[in-house]
Design a protein around this ligand. Structure first.
Ligand SMILES: [Zn+2]
Length: 243
């Protein structure tokens, strides 16, 4: 699209879909790019479902300082990340566009994104959705994950492996074999480690907090569809309002 074509877009009836990911360790089996691959696939689903939507370029880096004790993790500082998201949102809304949907693939980005949205909304009349964490922390979702994998949707656990296996069935080099060591945390260390990168690596030496052996692409499809259906419903509602 050229800038002139962009300029022809309807200010009210266009939905900008922004995929936000990360580049961070995802345990023994998953690539560093897991969260941005996931974010982009979600964003594609939303863009396909909403007429008049624009799929924006994916942000491949995110706020991942808690994973930086693992080589390959590349993090943007929280304070910088807020500004980047703020600047992107401002660049869209300064030309009168009103509707933006954030397809975030990494929970660690959430607070920075929320902060950026709040400040953009203080300046511009716009609507910006960022529903990943609301969806992922709902009781319905937690029950779904618990029933499917007997774990709670932890970092790089069976859920993320399953989603990746479903999304990339023809890319075996992207997901390593199931014969992994797998460090399943015991109850004493569960939930710890997020405040210190070194502590995380000490407690979860392979990086994952869940059981990566326990993956199933069919379950991955169910979870992915659940999340994207919820997002599409929210996006459709945004497009109905003030349209
Ligand atoms: Zn992830």
């Amino acid at each position: 699209m050229t800038w002139e074509e962009f300029n022809q877009l309807d200010r009210i009836a266009t939905l900008f879909v922004l995929p936000l990911g990360s580049t961070e360790q995802h345990g023994e089996r998953l690539p560093l790019g897991t969260d941005h691959f996931f974010a982009e696939k979600m964003a594609e689903e939303i863009a396909l479902a909403i007429p008049g939507s624009i799929l924006m370029p994916t942000m491949n880096y995110g706020m991942s300082w808690h994973h930086t004790a693992f080589p390959g993790t590349m993090s943007i500082s929280d304070s910088t990340y807020k500004l980047i998201i703020f600047d992107i949102l401002c660049s869209i809304t300064r030309h009168g566009f009103k509707k933006i949907f954030i397809a975030n693939g990494h929970g660690g980005n959430h607070h920075s994104i929320t902060d950026a949205i709040t400040r953009v909304k203080a300046l511009r009349n716009c609507e910006i959705a960022n529903p990943l964490v609301d969806i992922a922390t709902s009781n319905e979702f937690k029950q779904l994950i618990q029933a499917a994998f007997n774990e709670n949707g932890v970092h790089a656990g069976a859920m993320e492996v399953s989603i990746m296996e479903y999304l990339f069935p023809n890319k075996p080099t992207l997901i390593k074999g199931a014969g992994c060591v797998t460090s399943i945390p015991n109850d004493a260390v569960w939930g710890q480690g997020t405040d210190s990168p070194e502590k995380w690596r000490e407690l979860f030496p392979m990086g994952q907090k869940g059981n990566q052996k326990n993956s199933d692409p069919q379950k991955g499809k169910e979870i992915f569809d659940y999340i994207t259906n919820k997002m599409v419903q929210i996006a459709k509602k945004m497009m109905e309002e003030n349209s």
